[in-house]
Structures are given as C-alpha cells and as structure tokens.
Design a protein around this ligand. Structure first.
Ligand SMILES: [Zn+2]
Length: 221
C-alpha cells in the first residue's frame, strides 16, 4: 500500500485523500472538531486573564468530550504578544499539566523561547516523547537537545528557503522529524517531502509514517 503524506500540523480544511495529520482548529470559532485535530490556547490569544480562564474550561471540556489526542498550538512567543508574556507562561503551564494528565500529543509554538520551554518541561518533569515543536526554526544545538530527549521537530515553509535550517535538517535524526504546511496551502507538503528527501539523500516518506504511527500509538494505549 502506498503510504500517505503525513502533514503533522496544518490549518486549512483537508479534502485530500493522500495527506493525513493533525489539523489545528480555532475552537472559539470553528466547532467542526474531529478526532485528528489539535485545539489549544495559542500564546497570541492570551491577553485577558478572565477570558483565558473561561476559554481554558471550554478547551478542556471539548478535549474530553471529543476524546481528542492532541493539544496545540500552545507555547510561548517573545515577539507577538510579548507584553502578556506572564499570562502566556501561566496558561502554557496550565495546559501542559492538563496535557500530561490526559496523555495528549503536545504541539508547541515557540518563538525566541525554545530554552524557556525546555526549562519548563524539565521543571514540571514532563517528558518530551509526545511533544512536537512545530515550525521548527532554531539552531542545530537546540534541535539536537530536543531530539536527544525524544522530542520531535516539525519543519515547514522556512525549510524551503533557509540554507541554515536545511543544514540543521540534514544533521538531525530522521526518527525525530515531521513536515508540515501550517497555514500554507496543503499542496505545499509535496514540495517539502521532495526537498526533505533530497537533503537527507533518501526517501523519508516511510520514516515519517513510522514516526507518526509511534507518536499516535503512544497516546492511544
Ligand atoms: Zn499553526
């Protein structure tokens, strides 16, 4: 059987039969929540504590009711919404506790905050085996640190343009990688697989399928 193209993190609706992955949905606007979705309180949206508390209750309820397997995007952003960084931190931790308790895949949004995020995981003693750093764009050292702890790095459109990131991609273990289109058109995934296979020097489709099966199995048992 031909393997599908795993697109680990995307936003638009997916009508394609050969692309599968975790669709990210804005649960405050879109209620078509299905099992293979991730929902979460995005760091951009954390501006008001009362609203955040209310949204967190709704979020937890939706995850439980729909038996979702993933939370995200959650994380920290030091560029956008940085004046609410304390609120971002507080609700990131609250969501992490819940994710850990429910055994969920965690989709991380990190902008200039990789070290902060790794420190939080360490302090809370939450392992990285179910954690995907989406839209990874940082150094090789950071990538190796995450991968050595069992975390996954997901590469998107920046990989197509940045030679620096292509070098990181080449060095990192293929067992810890995913590809994603995020908010771009879904068809970009074919271009990403082509380039990614070229950089690695072998076809990575089957390996990424295995990575997907492994992470899904870890939350479904
Ligand atoms: Zn996204």
């Amino acid at each position: 059987m031909t393997k599908k193209f795993i697109n680990i993190h995307y936003h638009p609706e997916n009508n394609s039969e050969d692309i599968v992955g975790l669709r990210n949905i804005d649960f405050t606007k879109d209620l078509r929540i299905a099992k293979n979705c991730s929902i979460g309180l995005h760091p951009y949206d954390l501006k008001n504590r009362i609203k955040a508390e209310q949204d967190l209750i709704i979020l937890k309820d939706l995850i439980i009711k729909n038996d979702l397997i993933a939370i995200g995007e959650i994380g920290l952003d030091r560029i956008k919404n940085k004046k609410n960084f304390d609120l971002q931190l507080e609700f990131f931790e609250k969501q992490l506790f819940f994710a850990h308790e429910r055994n969920l895949i965690i989709i991380i949004h990190a902008v200039k905050s990789y070290a902060d995020i790794l420190n939080i995981f360490k302090r809370l003693k939450i392992p990285l085996e179910k954690v995907i750093f989406h839209g990874f764009n940082s150094s090789l050292n950071m990538a190796q640190d995450i991968a050595s702890k069992g975390g996954y790095l997901s590469f998107g459109k920046v990989l197509l343009k940045s030679e620096k990131l292509q070098k990181v991609f080449k060095e990192i273990s293929e067992k810890q990688i995913f590809l994603e289109t995020d908010e771009e058109p879904l068809s970009q995934i074919y271009e990403l697989y082509e380039l990614a296979s070229k950089i690695k020097g072998f076809n990575i489709k089957e390996i990424i399928n295995n990575n997907y099966q492994r992470i899904i199995a870890s939350v479904e048992q």
